[in-house]
Write a protein that binds this ligand. Sequence first.
Ligand SMILES: Cc1cc2nc3c(=O)[nH]c(=O)nc-3n(C[C@H](O)[C@H](O)[C@H](O)COP(=O)(O)OP(=O)(O)OC[C@H]3O[C@@H](n4cnc5c(N)ncnc54)[C@H](O)[C@@H]3O)c2cc1C
Length: 388
Amino acid sequence: MDFEYTREEEAFRQEVRDFLDENLPPREQRGSDFMENWLARVREKRWVGFSWPREVGGGGGDIMSQVILKEEMAARRAPPLGTCMMGLAWVGPGIIQYGTDEQKARFIPDILDSKYHWCTGYSEPNVGSDLAALQCKALRDGDHYVINGTKIWTTLAPIASWISMLVRTDNFGSEEAKHEGITALLVKLDAPGIEIRPIENMAGQRAFAQIFFDNVRVPVANRLGDEGKGWAVTISSLANERSSIGEVTAMYSKLESLKELVRRTTRNGKPLSDKPSVRRELARFEAKIEAMRLNGLRYLTRQIRGQPLSSETSVNKLHRADLEVEMGDFAVSILGQAGNQTRRQEGAVDNGSWAADALGWPSVVIGGGTPNIQKNIIAERILKLPKD
Ligand SMILES: Cc1cc2nc3c(=O)[nH]c(=O)nc-3n(C[C@H](O)[C@H](O)[C@H](O)COP(=O)(O)OP(=O)(O)OC[C@H]3O[C@@H](n4cnc5c(N)ncnc54)[C@H](O)[C@@H]3O)c2cc1C
């Protein structure tokens, strides 16, 4: 593996640094229009959808430059390059790979412009890890599908405009051929017959929902990929989801925040950063994150060779799950009583973000597949151990 950057790559790194010097003022100097301007500026640079093809509005950038962009953005703790989180991470890539020209023209510019949120409808009340057993059905009626059923734990559903979801269009009740007959649909969430009931998480946030579909009519033109072949669409989306969860730049950013926290938190008049046990813990986190980074370079090599991401993304997803819990517990423990105070509660540190963070682990631990499932994937598909 070659760890050196080319001259062009170093020049691009400098371009990003110059851009950040010019467009990223310190937090306390940012006005109310900062975010709007930031999103417009990075869009102008074609850094949103950086590696997406230019013909759909992306940047057409190579993968190595994208890594440099992410590294520099993370090092300066810049805001995200767009707010359509799921659109940018996996719905958009899915549409680019499987969508029709009409779907690309209709959805990709909106994702790049952060116009609205997407959510992902896979899980159902009795269907999670064994996703292929899904029951939400869609029957064909002329040039429409009619959906009946329910989806649950749908993150962002309370604020999203569209859902990318899986339905069963064939093989009802067949355990053997359950991967066949699944179809991916893109559905507008204000369609008649849809009811969204928000679910509150333990941090008090209404971040996800159960969605009920009662005879919801969706044009066949909104199908992503072929009828009955939604499993292939899902596998690539899940790999993208796991790879985005397993991304190391967010973890480095979190580690920097933790370092700052221990520098400004004192015990007996001394900063916690002076304590050997605290320093040891931070060093342990850093070593684990660095291991994730080096492992991530393997995915990068695959991508540079034009190979699709697959089961290997489970490794960093699993590591991040462990680290999120450990880092969250660590922050709460060093803050003592204040570590449990959430937003607007008296004594909350950094507006309760540490408590919210520590309580937010399920999204990275369970979302995108539980640790047991990641271990099964690693055992069976990477280590070639016998099937579960
Ligand atoms: C915060 C959060 C956000 C989420 N967001 C979304 C979303 O946006 N869209 C969406 O569709 N879903 C979402 N989910 C749902 C998530 O994908 C499922 O919760 C997850 O796949 C697990 O499914 P389950 O809850 O039905 O648990 P189950 O599948 O019933 O698992 C229960 C336990 O059994 C274990 N287990 C199950 N099968 C096996 C096996 N074969 N071998 C070993 N152990 C096994 C699991 O590891 C787990 O510990 C979200 C969940 C959370 C917590």
